[in-house]
Design a protein around this ligand. Structure first.
Ligand SMILES: *[C@@H]1O[C@H](CO)[C@@H](O)[C@H](O)[C@H]1NC(C)=O
Ligand SMILES: *[C@@H]1O[C@H](CO)[C@@H](O)[C@H](O)[C@H]1NC(C)=O
Ligand SMILES: *[C@@H]1O[C@H](CO)[C@@H](O)[C@H](O)[C@H]1NC(C)=O
Ligand SMILES: *[C@@H]1O[C@H](CO)[C@@H](O)[C@H](O)[C@H]1NC(C)=O
Ligand SMILES: *[C@@H]1O[C@H](CO)[C@@H](O)[C@H](O)[C@H]1NC(C)=O
Ligand SMILES: *[C@@H]1O[C@H](CO)[C@@H](O)[C@H](O)[C@H]1NC(C)=O
Ligand SMILES: *[C@@H]1O[C@H](CO)[C@@H](O)[C@H](O)[C@H]1NC(C)=O
Ligand SMILES: *[C@@H]1O[C@H](CO)[C@@H](O)[C@H](O)[C@H]1NC(C)=O
Ligand SMILES: *[C@@H]1O[C@H](CO)[C@@H](O)[C@H](O)[C@H]1NC(C)=O
Ligand SMILES: *[C@@H]1O[C@H](CO)[C@@H](O)[C@H](O)[C@H]1NC(C)=O
Ligand SMILES: *[C@@H]1O[C@H](CO)[C@@H](O)[C@H](O)[C@H]1NC(C)=O
Ligand SMILES: *[C@@H]1O[C@H](CO)[C@@H](O)[C@H](O)[C@H]1NC(C)=O
Length: 476
């Protein structure tokens, strides 16, 4: 193995002086004892580290209340664990790696692990943006791979929803045409087993899709992220210079910057997705992790969530489509389980439109808001999932009433002011009113200026897949 490492190291032309080497991740050596040992920090890592369930449970059972019958389930899911994406994320990590490579002395302090045959997992740029799977990482037994998360999610879904799934064993599911999203959908579907025959439709992420997509933010040219910069400028970022100064003091001449310190959190998170643990995570103190976590919450709140004036409009596209299905009598539907796979940003927009995690006052950049229930990583870790249940319950007078409720990363999330139904659900008539009130001032196509990129005003793929084959080519 050592020879192999050295050969590849010379191909990759890495540092000859430090013993750390860049190596294709298929040959990574792993310290098995460390795999899975860093779970307590995932929640500070911007949702980039492996999946974890919503960390606060109100104890509401996921089971359908006894006198009720489940009639529809909708899943809106993020892809599983992945490599860093090409562009600023990978570049930022590589820049740190180059500095390490150009450093000619022994590493000291929390970077001392670099002296001991450390193997860099991001040297192969062909992996950037891909789901981590046994095909592209060294240790197929690493339980924290994107493939495993997709499979586990499918198995858990089958366990919870076996009855309703078996009502229509041939059914259609939908994914965006991002490779990692599509791959996640495939692992999920395969886990359901041979009884099911799933027709997976692949919807383009291109702006020209307008509203008819799982990624409506792409068809929103008026989307403006600029305001976020001013917000972040008010947030105390000395924790980043603390990190770079500390490492530079321990390793004189390393020249790490504040930006390097920021990108180091990405290295930490994505390395866990590849090898199951990351020594670089040990560089940070707990306080620094918490400060970074809030930095990510701020960025997300004002860029993708309710702090962005167009978030509700963009998220209204999937909320509106799901509402149309919820209002359709089941005998008029070809299936009762609707699986849709997409990205974190799209789930965040969806939650903004839905009105979950939106009750508290806007989070503040001047100081950490310790009372908010909006935490980016709690909402969209890798493998994030928002389920909608619709169930019918008999009243004492024998009339049947429909109820809906939402489940975020395996915990029931009741709607504020609409949770008096069985299992803390909202009656469908009340939910219709709730959405109508929320969307009074909302119009995706007009507010987003979508006409600049597309003439498609409505989401139709849940209905017209029988006459229109969605098979967009996969992109990274
Ligand atoms: C939360 O609690 C409910 C009720 O005990 C349980 O069904 C559900 O699995 C729990 N969720 C998580 C993520 O632990
Ligand atoms: C040294 O840094 C340069 C860029 O700054 C990079 O191209 C090169 O690969 C680095 N050397 C090593 C051995 O990492
Ligand atoms: C740090 O900066 C100094 C001065 O510019 C330079 O000589 C040295 O090579 C740099 N070190 C690294 C690791 O890039
Ligand atoms: C780099 O990654 C790609 C995609 O996973 C893979 O096909 C290729 O074999 C890898 N390259 C090397 C040199 O291992
Ligand atoms: C389900 O699909 C399979 C394979 O395409 C087909 O043989 C079977 O007849 C279908 N069943 C139903 C109920 O449509
Ligand atoms: C984005 O918002 C900023 C202010 O937050 C404004 O200055 C800028 O003109 C806006 N850009 C677009 C394209 O609307
Ligand atoms: C690393 O630490 C040792 C003592 O622990 C010190 O002698 C050496 O100068 C340090 N190296 C650097 C580059 O700071
Ligand atoms: C049956 O009871 C429900 C509430 O339990 C009520 O809303 C509904 O009006 C009643 N229907 C009839 C026909 O009495
Ligand atoms: C309700 O329906 C059940 C059968 O589904 C019947 O036994 C019962 O008498 C009915 N009760 C009323 C109040 O109509
Ligand atoms: C819930 O209802 C109360 C009383 O009507 C109202 O003040 C509050 O704004 C509502 N909250 C939400 C999130 O709609
Ligand atoms: C929408 O745009 C496409 C392509 O530009 C065009 O073929 C189509 O006629 C347009 N449809 C409408 C309703 O304007
Ligand atoms: C919302 O859904 C309704 C069907 O219930 C549809 O007529 C309308 O066009 C949809 N609007 C958008 C923006 O998708």
């Amino acid at each position: 193995m050592l020879n192999q490492i050295l050969t590849l190291a010379s191909i990759a032309s890495t540092a000859s002086i430090v013993r750390a080497v860049a190596i294709d991740s298929a040959f990574l050596e792993n310290d098995f004892s460390k795999i899975g040992s860093q779970e307590d920090i995932y929640q500070y890592l911007y949702g980039s580290a492996p999946h974890f369930s919503y960390p606060v449970n109100n104890s509401i059972s996921l089971d359908i209340p006894e006198t009720c019958e489940l009639v529809q389930v909708h899943l809106y899911a993020r892809h599983g664990e992945r490599y860093p994406t090409a562009g600023s994320t990978a570049d930022g990590i590589n820049n740190i790696w180059y500095k390490f490579g150009n450093y000619t002395q022994q590493f000291n302090g929390s970077l001392a692990f670099l002296n001991e045959n450390y193997q860099y997992p991001f040297a192969n740029s062909s992996n950037y943006g891909l789901l981590t799977t046994p095909d592209n990482v060294a240790n197929p037994y690493n339980p924290l791979l994107g493939s495993t998360t997709g499979t586990t999610e499918g198995l858990e879904f089958l366990e919870l929803y076996s009855n309703i799934l078996h009502k229509h064993e041939n059914f259609t599911a939908w994914t965006s045409n991002s490779d990692r999203v599509h791959a996640t959908a495939e692992y999920f579907i395969r886990a359901l087993g041979d009884k099911f025959n799933v027709n997976l439709q692949t919807i383009s992420e291109d702006a020209s899709q307008g509203a008819n997509t799982l990624t409506p933010i792409n068809g929103c040219p008026n989307w403006n992220e600029t305001a976020t910069t001013a917000i972040l400028a008010k947030y105390d970022q000395t924790f980043l210079t603390d990190i770079s100064k500390r490492l530079n003091a321990e390793n004189v001449g390393l020249n790490l910057t504040k930006t390097d310190a920021l990108n180091m959190f990405n290295w930490c998170a994505f390395e866990i997705n590849v090898r199951g643990y990351s020594d670089i995570c040990d560089v940070f103190t707990k306080d620094e992790l918490i400060k970074y976590g809030y930095y990510g919450d701020l960025m997300t709140y004002y860029d993708e969530f309710i702090g962005n004036p167009l978030a509700k409009a963009v998220g209204s596209v999937p909320v509106n489509a799901t509402l149309a299905l919820l209002n359709t009598p089941e005998d008029k539907l070809d299936q009762q389980v609707f699986l849709s796979f997409t990205h974190d940003t799209n789930l965040i927009n969806y939650a903004a439109a839905l009105g979950i995690f939106t009750d508290n006052a806007p989070i503040t950049p001047e100081s950490i808001d310790w009372t908010t229930d909006f935490h980016r990583s709690w909402l969209v870790p890798q493998g994030a999932r928002i389920q909608t249940q619709k169930y019918n319950c008999k009243s004492p007078n024998n009339t049947s009433i429909s109820y809906v409720r939402f489940i975020v990363n395996d915990v029931v999330k009741p709607l504020t002011n609409c949770s008096s139904g069985p299992g803390f659900s909202c009656s469908l008539p009340d939910y219709n009113k709730f959405v109508e009130d929320r969307f009074q001032d909302v119009d995706f196509y007009t507010q987003c200026g979508t006409s600049k990129v597309s003439n498609v005003t409505d989401l139709t793929f849940y209905w017209d897949y029988k006459t229109h084959d969605y098979n967009a080519p996969l992109e990274i």
